[in-house]
Ligand binder design. Structure first.
Ligand code: GLC
Length: 733
């Protein structure tokens, strides 16, 4: 009897202790498989809670599930650094004092480095800053193709070539997401101009869509495993891209198996029906419908808010559509805020400054250097004149949503003084742009003639002149929400440069911009450096290159045309760019950038992939490891690269593919491989470029599939798209 009683007591104690230990629900158990956690959480949520996940609750956040302890989603701009905190429902800053960030170089600079390893470093660094600021979605990188030099947002993107953009976007995403922050590749898709961006309907062939405009997004999804993607404002074939059935359901979610979250651009949603059915998951925006009216509870009136809930309750919308959206958003939350091994971030750390400086150093492009005017070692000259507003103007602010409130920014002038000493630097503004905010442009109150006169006076008495100009982030310059009005440099810089040349032949032009500009003085100046928006370390990185501490190794990620009409998008007139305010027609089709210049034999001012060095490189004849290859094979092209100069340096060898006789129209050449090689002076190395034959495929519109033609191909080895060092022919069986 006693034994039985003891046994019963034992059982009771065990069961009570079990009850006491609340069994952790699966979705909260960080060690459970992701999909199990998603399903478990979904099974416990009400319809209202699921709908609440699918739309904004504030300017940059959306609801979690408070009742279940599932945290909110906090997104933030941008591709170059973490935007300052804003007020709950305003664009304006909240005035916090702990959100001064590190500004990294603009993505045109990263692309110009042609160095995927720097892309990984970039992603990890900016991911750490987002993590530290408790953002779990970084609204970047942008990968829209550089179709026209007038596009206000080119500075945020990775250039004109889909292969370069694809190779550079993957490590950036992997870097960001390795810190437990979701990247959000944008703007999907065909957001290649700012003029009428909110509604312009893009007309482009399937071939150009698949071969030029989608590859970087496809790489981001299939190789970068990106956890979210942002729909673009414009329309494609009559549907807004934030709820476009072809782009989001057919291509992104079915063909590419995207399992992440489709987020709208802010205010990019236009109706509930399409938002529910066409693949949109999370509606972000500004006011009620993301565009116009504001009421006391604007977020509950979003298209994916009450109207969606009402439609579900009335049976108008299948609950499966809601569950799919909720699943994707839960998956993003479990991959970020609620993931097991989420690293900690850091903010404005010395490592981030070093990363920014390195990316800037490797992205700067040396376009011209006669009479070895560069580099300028400290002590070589007594008087160095620094002229131009971009030597002293902040270039991390402005430009739209990528604008940053930074902990510090070293201007070109500050960097130069730190290196050469203030006794050897004499500065004059030369020209002044007006104060400008996103959307407004004002004229400077300073007298332009007196600025020029003062600058000429300084230049006259200097040993060498460093002109630091270019574009800036003013409206109608490199800025979101508007395109440039011309290819020309603004603020009468051309006239100033001519005036400086009259009194001093030793003029180094330093262009800071995110776009190509016309250079009427190109034959008169001995040296030209293409700098980008270089971020917090701008002045240091520029000085590193100018002084020779760093040997420039950047290559242009887009072509510089001699005149606007030489550019493909501008060749076909207004309907091709910017369109007629309703439609725009990409009449150049697949012939974008160098694909146009090299097929039509139009000489660019500076070609895609071009960039000089302080040393020189010699290429041996290339050889292929096989003369014949199957369509599923790979060709290895090898050659010997020699640093034939006196300075250590890096060269990016590029491999282009050409098919002389093709059944379809093809570009004269297409980039299919590149490799950046660091070599000490006098050293040689064998370089091998692997080219999968599958990358020779063209998109067959009739069959709606990729197709590799058999027959003869020519592989062109180049130091730029126009400087071909050697060729090999191969037969594809
Ligand atoms: C802007 C931009 C987008 C940005 C978003 C949030 O309109 O198009 O790139 O991330 O809205 O600021």
């Amino acid at each position: 009897m006693i034994k039985k009683l003891l046994f019963i007591v034992l059982i009771l104690r065990i069961s009570s202790s079990l009850q006491a230990q609340q069994v952790t629900p699966v979705y909260l158990d960080v060690n459970k498989p992701l999909e199990e956690r998603v399903e478990n959480a979904l099974s416990q949520m009400t319809t209202e809670e699921k709908v609440a996940l699918c739309h904004a609750q504030s300017k940059f956040s959306s609801k979690g599930v408070p009742r279940l302890g599932i945290p909110e989603v906090w997104t933030d701009d941008g591709p170059h650094g973490i935007r300052e905190e804003v007020l709950w429902d305003e664009w304006g800053g909240a005035g916090w004092t702990n959100d001064y960030c590190t500004a990294f170089p603009a993505l045109t600079c990263l692309a110009a480095s042609f160095n995927p390893e720097l892309s990984l470093l970039y992603g990890k660094s900016i991911g750490e800053e987002a993590r530290y600021r408790n953002k779990n979605v970084l609204l970047g990188p942008g990968v829209n193709i550089y179709r026209t030099p007038l596009n206000g947002r080119n500075f945020e993107f990775l250039g004109e070539d889909p292969y370069l953009a694809s190779r550079m976007v993957i490590p950036y995403i992997q870097g960001v997401q390795s810190i437990g922050v979701a990247a959000c590749v944008k703007h999907f898709a065909l957001n290649n101009q700012e003029t009428w961006r909110g509604h312009i309907n893009v007309n482009v062939s399937d071939r150009a869509l698949y071969e030029i405009y989608l590859p970087a997004f496809k790489a981001a999804v299939q190789e970068g495993k990106v956890w979210s993607i942002m729909g673009s404002y414009n329309q494609f074939r009559g549907e807004h891209c934030c709820h476009n059935n072809l782009l989001l359901n057919n291509i992104l979610k079915q063909e590419w198996n995207f399992d992440g979250v489709v987020i709208t651009d802010w205010g990019g949603t236009h109706n509930t029906d399409q938002a529910v059915k066409n693949g949109l998951d999370l509606e972000m925006g500004t006011y009620t419908n993301g565009l116009t009216s504001r009421s006391k509870l604007p977020y509950s009136e979003y298209y994916l808010a009450n109207p969606f809930l009402k439609g579900i309750k009335e049976g108008k919308y299948d609950i499966a559509l809601l569950n799919d959206k909720a699943r994707r958003i839960l998956r993003l939350i479990f991959r970020t805020t609620m993931s097991a091994n989420r690293p900690f971030g850091r903010f404005v750390s010395p490592e981030h400054s070093e990363a920014g400086r390195k990316i800037a150093q490797e992205g700067i492009v040396l376009l011209k250097n006669e009479k070895q005017l560069l580099p300028i070692p400290a002590g070589k000259y007594n008087k160095i004149a620094v002229i131009g507003e971009n030597a002293v103007r902040s270039l991390v602010i402005g430009g739209g949503s990528s604008s940053l409130k930074v902990a510090y920014e070293v201007s070109p002038l500050e960097g130069l003084i730190a290196k050469y000493g203030k006794d050897h630097i004499v500065q004059s503004l030369g020209y002044a742009s007006g104060p400008s905010m996103y959307g407004r442009e004002a004229k400077s109150k300073l007298n332009a003639d007196s600025l020029v006169a003062a600058a000429v006076d300084v230049a006259k008495n200097a040993d060498v002149v460093l002109f630091v100009g270019g574009l800036n982030k003013n409206h109608f310059q490199d800025c979101e929400g508007g395109d440039r009005k011309s290819l020309d440099l603004p603020f009468d810089q051309d006239k100033l440069i001519e005036a400086l040349l009259k009194v001093n032949k030793n003029v180094v032009i330093v262009m800071l911009s995110g776009n190509a500009v016309a250079m009427p003085w190109v034959d008169k100046v001995p040296a030209i450096v293409q700098g980008w928006y270089l971020g917090s370390e701008a002045g240091n990185a520029l000085t590193d290159v100018i002084s020779g501490d760093v040997n420039p190794s950047g290559k242009l990620p887009f072509s510089f045309p001699k005149k606007l009409e030489d550019n493909a998008a501008h060749f076909f007139g207004k309907l091709s760019y910017p369109g007629d305010s309703v439609n725009v027609y990409y009449k150049e089709d697949i012939l974008v950038g160098y694909r146009w210049f090299d097929t039509k034999n139009i000489a660019p001012l500076f070609p895609f992939g071009y960039g000089l060095s302080y040393t020189s490189f010699a290429y041996s004849k290339p050889t292929a490891d096989k003369a014949e290859v199957n369509s599923d094979g790979t060709v290895k092209v090898s050659f010997t690269l020699t640093n034939s100069g006196k300075t250590d340096g890096a060269e990016t060898a590029q491999l282009y593919v050409s098919k002389p006789k093709s059944a379809v129209t093809r570009a004269a050449k297409e980039l299919k491989a590149f490799k950046k090689v660091f070599l000490k002076a006098g050293k040689s190395t064998t370089v091998t470029l692997d080219v999968p034959v599958s990358s020779f495929a063209f998109y067959n519109e009739a069959k709606h599939s990729w197709e590799v033609e058999s027959g003869n191909y020519t592989l062109l080895l180049g130091s730029s798209s126009r400087d071909i060092k050697g060729k090999v022919n191969i037969q594809v069986k």
